[in-house]
Design a protein around this ligand. Structure first.
Ligand SMILES: NC(=O)c1ccc[n+]([C@@H]2O[C@H](COP(=O)([O-])OP(=O)(O)OC[C@H]3O[C@@H](n4cnc5c(N)ncnc54)[C@H](O)[C@@H]3O)[C@@H](O)[C@H]2O)c1
Length: 257
């Protein structure tokens, strides 16, 4: 796989899957630009990549904020002529019964999980159209297809990410811009740790989750990052508009025997 010299913007690089995508992309030779709202973890990722001989240009950004995203892309376009790849990785999950979901919860979840994708794409697509090529990868979730419950705004936003992905793939294909989604299953990240601890006993929650997955384990962030790198690379040159599920077989099963 080769991402050599490609300019790649990745969101949420401070932890979990985004940090792994930044690592993998830099190992494949990409110029990585990392957008992340948490400055400490952003710097940590940049330092780790620099220590391995790669480089990550770090911009502290809240991708759910129109002003923050605009400012980030002004900085990017002052340094780079074009953007070859955009990975919209940021996401935020919470668990609440539907009747407890407030309008503020809804707006916040949709803002971080869906509006952020639109905001970043709206800055990147004109540059890709001008260049006549590009690849966009949006991170959805298995929750776009089937839900655990108590995740109404998250599941709705992730299903929205798939709709947005398909529509963009259709409209931008004639400009040689590919738009795809990756749908992770249960992956070991800080988000997953928060989810497993929410009812107190994280260890038994983990065991229960593992036993429900055909491969009998959680995924590693690098296993999602490798799928994203494939979709970003020329190896995926005829793939556009797909939702690539990376879930150890989770969605392949029916809950009855
Ligand atoms: N971990 C899983 O099991 C899983 C499963 C399905 C889908 N996903 C999706 O994968 C993506 C990454 O998830 P993760 O588990 O690595 O999450 P995580 O919470 O472990 O890490 C997310 C990173 O994004 C950053 N971030 C959050 N909000 C931001 C914002 N508004 N602006 C900029 N940065 C922001 C956080 O600071 C953090 O560094 C998300 O879209 C998530 O919905 C994860």
């Amino acid at each position: 796989m080769d991402l050599n010299t490609k300019v790649c913007v990745i969101t949420g690089v401070g932890a979990g899957i985004g940090a792994a995508i930044a690592d993998v992309f830099s190992q494949y030779g990409a110029h990585v630009i990392g957008l992340e709202k948490d400055r400490v973890s952003l710097n940590r990722t940049a330092e780790r990549i620099a220590a391995r001989g790669g480089s990550l240009y770090a911009i502290c950004t809240d991708v759910s904020s129109e002003a923050s995203v605009r400012s980030a892309f002004q900085e990017i376009t002052s340094r780079y002529q074009t953007i070859d790849v955009l990975v919209n990785n940021v996401g935020l999950e919470f668990y609440k019964d539907f009747v407890s979901v407030s309008v503020e919860d809804w707006e916040h979840q949709l803002g971080v999980n869906l509006r952020s994708v639109f905001l970043c794409c709206s800055h990147v697509v004109p540059l890709m159209m001008k260049a006549g090529h590009g690849a966009i990868i949006n991170t959805a979730s298995v929750q776009a297809f089937a839900t655990t419950g108590q995740t109404a705004p998250y599941a709705a936003a992730k299903a929205g990410v798939l709709g947005l992905t398909r529509d963009m793939a259709r409209d931008l294909g004639p400009h040689h811009i590919r738009v795809n989604a990756v749908c992770p299953g249960c992956i070991s990240t800080p988000m997953m740790e928060r989810s497993l601890s929410r009812n107190g006993d994280a260890s038994s929650a983990r065991q229960k989750m593992q036993s429900a997955i055909p491969l009998r384990r959680l995924g590693n962030p690098a296993e999602i990052a490798n799928a994203v790198a494939f979709l970003a690379s020329d190896l995926a040159s005829y793939i556009s508009g797909v939702a690539l599920v990376v879930d150890g077989g989770l969605l392949a099963q029916l809950p009855v025997t």
